[in-house]
Design a protein around this ligand. Structure first.
Ligand code: ADP
Ligand code: ZN
Ligand code: ZN
Length: 721
């Protein structure tokens, strides 16, 4: 008899103890009684002694895996993540599993059959055969093919193939097959800058963090390719993280076209089945390179040798709800645990990463030159207060767009707000399209003819008359992408316009198809939210414009200036990849120092922003955790935080290195019918924060329970909503 501690997918901090009368491995799944039902759990500890305490220990109902599903290395990472982010460990463990396994499905691989020609088959090929039989056998004489390939090429179905198997002409084996890229791309000669960095990386054998600060188009991807090729020479696995689904394809194609290793992808747009297949291929060591978004960091590697985090500054690496982890930071932990090198690449590195470099912990590599040394983009700023706006676009910008189109080149417009207009307003009685459940207005969407709250999802039909006074004088105020699309269509009725935002695109496939259309020159003007600002190289794109720069300049988030600087660089990097491009910025603040980022190296801007953060005592020079509470009654939500604060202050005593701000209402106090309060905790550094967090969160949870208030914590918050 043994006893096991089991992680269960519930928001509970503890493991649960059960007895088990059959052998069970650490990291395997078990079925256990929980509450009134049966749930899947993962064995996190095995004990030879029963747990102490005066309670009856129930027993495991069934052992689901005879081998560990989560190996020790991944267990360690997950335990660390749960502790660091103060998130219920059971949920963290289950988040690392594909949905099917989370639900208790058997962990067996569904592998495709690969067919080969037997000697008997070879002989048969010499005799008289039907036409299709001849074609199939002749092709198989050249190379083995999978059932899917045979179906595609010869319409050979299962029964037909089984018949040939019966005759002994073919043999079949189960075999994992990665995607194979037909086109191999040439290996370019590295520039001197690239070569130095690749050499350093090749020599890095132990844990080391390398920040690759390279201007757009300087060949960062090329550095990854050379390094990974060498790194995996003698086997092993590597992880390449990208911030968004839309970038997975470009990165995996680049890798497949060059590496001899099996590359798989992982992202949230995949079916459960595809995710399971990938997961199993990684766990079996069949997949050597994993290209994925955020959650790929929890892939079940068995022999991880190196990690790349591309566009490391991107805030999409931080999960903003539930288990609020930062994939880049967890990647560094994983690299450390495995004692392997990790490369963080960006044209606009985060202040967090510069901070580490300047403190002396990380290695810094710079790629200062664009590979194609063409002239940098021409920057034009237009002040909409001084110029003349037509449909949200300044007249001179419209003229420049026209000139660009006349030359057969493409235009891209950025506007970080979807929908038609963020507000509907009655000129007669002052009615506004307020959300009934949130302290914000509902956005008018003209395509779906609905009002939509972008915070809670509530919808209502688009009113034709004021719901309050029946007047028809309803105004649409402000501009979203749909309205911009309408304006662009009016200005350029002959142009092919493509709007890209999350209303127009719901799947990764649609996104990839749209990107392909832009590449193929089937689109003249692309407009959308910031989706397209990153990573892509559009050869024929000449003019890029940011329509709403000021939105970022007047934000309450202390990170908004850093984000704007990053956006400006990324956007400028999109314009004129193959010839001199133009970047147009509509802003009422053309003198703002953030715009110097377009003329001087990004690191100068980073130093300016870093000095500001130091002055105000903000991260990365300090560390923060945001404690949040929600309840229908705002006073009660505040109470939970107030009691947490006073309780902790009494228990821990006076600590100069810990500061509290709040409790105070969130920026948007009411969301989805609940009042939201926040309490910001700021510590002198991450270590000090981590030392104190367990006790603070224990207080928070206790107050939450006592008052019936929902409480949450966000460690290293990236801005709140
Ligand atoms: P980044 O990731 O820094 O934006 P990429 O790695 O995508 O830059 O490189 C930009 C372009 O330059 C790509 O088309 C790439 O194939 C090409 N390139 C990169 N390095 C070299 C090189 N050493 N010689 C020739 N072309 C290169
Ligand atoms: Zn009215
Ligand atoms: Zn709402």
């Amino acid at each position: 008899m043994q006893w096991v501690s089991v992680a269960i997918n519930r928001p509970l901090a503890a493991w649960f103890d059960y007895s088990c009368d059959v052998p069970v491995e650490l990291g395997a799944r078990v079925m256990v009684p929980f509450g009134r039902g049966q749930v899947v759990g993962v064995v996190m500890r095995v004990h030879q002694q029963p747990p102490e305490g005066d309670f009856t220990v129930k027993s495991v109902t069934q052992v689901l895996d005879d081998k560990p599903l989560i190996n020790q290395e991944l267990q360690k990472l997950l335990a660390y993540a749960a502790r660091y982010y103060q998130h219920p460990a059971g949920e963290v463990v289950h988040a690392a599993l594909p949905v099917a396994l989370r639900k208790g499905a058997e962990n067996v691989r569904d592998l495709p059959r690969l067919f080969s020609l037997t000697d008997t088959g070879r002989t048969a090929l010499g005799g008289s055969l039907g036409e299709k039989q001849h074609q199939v056998l002749a092709t198989l004489a050249e190379r083995d093919m999978s059932a899917a390939e045979l179906r595609e090429a010869f319409k050979a179905n299962k029964a037909w193939l089984d018949d040939l198997l019966m005759r002994g002409w073919l043999s079949a084996r189960e075999c994992w097959q990665g995607v194979v890229e037909d086109e191999r791309s040439d290996v370019p000669q590295l520039s001197a800058e690239q070569d130095t960095i690749v050499t350093t990386l090749n020599n890095a054998k132990a844990f080391s963090v390398h920040l690759l600060d390279g201007v757009t188009g300087s060949g960062k991807t090329e550095v990854y390719l050379h390094w990974l090729d060498k790194l995996l020479e003698n086997g092993g696995q590597a992880l390449v993280l990208v911030p968004e689904i839309g970038l997975v394809n470009a990165m995996s194609s680049a890798l497949r076209a060059r590496l001899r290793h099996a590359v798989v992808t992982h992202h949230s747009g995949m079916t459960d089945k595809a995710r399971l297949d990938t997961w199993q291929a990684i766990a079996a060591g069949d997949a050597q390179v994993v290209v994925g978004t955020r959650s790929a960091i929890f892939s079940p590697f068995i022999d991880l040798r190196g990690i790349v985090v591309d566009e490391e500054h991107d805030q999409a690496y931080k999960q903003q709800d539930g288990f609020r982890y930062h994939a880049r930071d967890m990647a560094i932990v994983r690299a450390h645990n495995n004692n392997i090198p990790i490369v963080l690449g960006s044209a606009t590195p985060s202040l967090e990463s510069y901070h580490k470099v300047w403190q002396g912990g990380w290695q810094y590599h710079r790629l200062a030159e664009r590979i194609r040394a063409d002239a940098p983009a021409k920057i034009v700023m237009v002040n909409p207060q001084e110029g003349e706006l037509v449909g949200g676009l300044e007249k001179r910008l419209v003229r420049a767009m026209r000139a660009t189109l006349r030359e057969g080149k493409q235009v891209m417009l950025f506007l970080n707000r979807r929908g038609y207009a963020p507000l509907m307003y009655c000129a007669q009685c002052g009615w506004k399209s307020e959300c009934p459940a949130c302290d914000t207005t509902m956005t008018a969407h003209t395509h779906s003819r609905r009002l939509q709250c972008h915070h809670c999802g509530r919808q209502a039909p688009l009113p034709l008359q004021c719901p309050s006074c029946m007047s028809t004088e309803l105004l649409m105020l402000g501009m979203g992408t749909q309205r911009l699309e309408q304006a662009v269509n009016l200005h350029f009725p002959q142009a092919r316009v493509l709007r890209m935002d999350s209303d127009a695109f719901t799947t990764a496939k649609q996104f990839d198809e749209a990107v392909a259309k832009i590449h193929a020159g089937e689109v003249d003007i692309v407009l959308g939210t910031q989706w397209l600002s990153k990573g892509h190289h559009f050869a024929n794109l000449h003019l890029v414009a940011v329509v709403d720069v000021d939105q970022a300049l007047f934000s309450a988030d202390y990170r908004s200036e850093e984000r704007l600087a990053q956006l400006l660089v990324q956007v400028a990097g999109r314009a004129g990849r193959e010839s001199q491009g133009e970047v147009w910025l509509q802003t009422t603040q053309p003198q703002h120092p953030v715009f110097s980022v377009l003329h001087t190296p990004y690191i100068d801007q980073a130093k300016r922003l870093y000095a500001q953060r130091r002055e105000s005592g903000l991260p990365p020079l300090t560390a923060q955790a945001l404690l949040m509470s929600t309840h229908r009654d705002g006073a009660r939500a505040a109470q939970a935080l107030q009691w947490t604060r006073s309780g902790v202050e009494q228990a821990l005593g006076r600590d100069e290195a810990l500061r509290w701000l709040g409790p105070a209402p969130a920026l948007m106090p009411r969301k989805d019918g609940k009042q939201r309060q926040q309490l910001l905790l700021q510590a002198s550094d991450k270590k000090h924060l981590q030392r104190n967090l367990p006790e603070i969160i224990a207080w928070l949870n206790a107050q939450g329970q006592a008052l019936g208030v929902r409480v949450m914590v966000d460690v290293d918050p990236q801005g709140s909503d």
